[in-house]
Design a protein around this ligand. Structure first.
Ligand code: DAH
Length: 341
């Protein structure tokens, strides 16, 4: 019996040494240590032995069983460790590695500044309105006191469509649209896209954005001083508290008197620098008291109302605010530019 036991043990250890999977270990467990194993079968013969032999063989077989079970467990551990080190290597995650940065989109710089502009005017009670981009001659020109064959038409290079319409050359056209449908008093701003038939260079583009402003009330209620104060508040909101505004006489057909307005240079605070070309002021837009001809062209009675209008380019403001030296960058779709905002 001793030989048989040793034989079982040797075969078991030999086989255990060769297996590679948990399933194979399980098969060997059933074969060598289960209730129906060879060893268990062999022990049924113990009862035929002398008590002394029985004790000896009993001990030997128990010991053998323990050795085999030990080996099975060791093997299992070995397989498990192998699997773990495989996972370790193949699926290793270094939690100290910096993560991949997720790029978040953001608003175009022109949209950002447009929102800023809108917020400033809304805080002063202005309504934000818009209207069509393709206009008829009446709303873009005639009603704004720019009749045909008048030299003022040449102030704006115009794209003419075959049917006689124009992609609006300025947002002033919305003054007319708005006053056709709304009686004063009101105060509005009109941000929007405009079109000009001209060659583009660093400071001109055939397509850009303007904001038109219009504040109208009963005659005698609004003066040039009001317009200067509103424009000043706006400039302070955009460029900082210390910003000053000045008006210079100028001509625009739809206002009388007309002005151009300048802001003190936000870079040198009026000292004179490269941005303001040494003069301390930056020209930003036009303004003036609404010409009575504009009121009458929308059907309002002459001299019943008075108000002021102003207009400026959004790109130009953004260029000054952010120090951009080429207007074409706004529409070039170059991410290297856009991602800086
Ligand atoms: N519409 C003018 C332009 O496009 C800008 C402008 C000037 C608007 C004076 C105004 C104004 O309302 O009063 O150049």
């Amino acid at each position: 019996m001793k030989n048989q036991i040793n034989d079982i043990k040797n075969r078991a250890l030999g086989e255990i040494g060769k297996v590679k999977t948990f399933e194979e270990v399980e098969v060997l467990r059933v074969k060598y240590s289960g209730r129906k194993s060879e060893l268990t079968n062999l022990l049924r013969g113990l009862k035929d032995l002398s008590p002394k032999e029985r004790k000896k063989m009993g001990e030997l077989s128990n010991q053998t069983k323990r050795v085999i079970e030990n080996e099975l467990e060791k093997k299992e551990l070995e397989i498990k460790n192998e699997e773990l080190s495989y996972i370790d290597e193949k699926e290793k995650i270094d939690v100290t590695c910096p993560g991949e940065k997720l790029e978040k989109g953001h608003l175009h710089p022109l949209t950002q500044i447009r929102y800023d502009i809108e917020e400033i005017f809304k805080s002063m009670g202005f309504l934000v309105v818009d209207d069509r981009e393709v206009e008829d001659e009446f709303h873009n020109f005639d009603a704004l006191n720019i009749p045909k064959n008048h030299p003022a038409r040449d102030m704006q290079d115009t794209f003419w469509l075959k049917n006689g319409s124009v992609p609006r050359t300025h947002t002033s056209s919305v003054q007319v649209r708005f006053m056709e449908n709304n009686k004063p008093p009101f105060r509005i701003i009109v941000p929007g896209r405009v079109y000009r038939n001209e060659n583009s260079d660093a400071t001109h583009d055939y397509n850009f954005h303007q904001v038109e402003g219009l504040m109208v009330a009963k005659s005698g209620e609004i003066t040039v001083a009001n317009s200067k104060s509103i424009i000043s508040e706006f400039m302070k909101g955009l460029f900082g508290e210390g910003t000053k505004v000045r008006l210079r006489p100028s001509y625009f057909p739809f206002v009388e008197p007309g002005f151009e307005f300048d802001a003190s240079c936000p870079y040198c605070k009026g000292e004179g620098c490269r941005i303001c070309k040494g003069c301390g002021w930056i020209e930003l837009g036009g303004a003036g008291m609404v010409n009575q001809n504009v009121f009458t062209s929308v059907g309002l009675t002459e001299d019943e109302f008075e108000g002021f209008a102003f207009g400026f380019g959004i790109e130009r403001l953004a260029m000054i605010k952010y120090g951009i030296d080429d207007i074409r960058l706004f529409h070039a779709g170059d991410l290297r530019f856009l991602e800086q905002f």
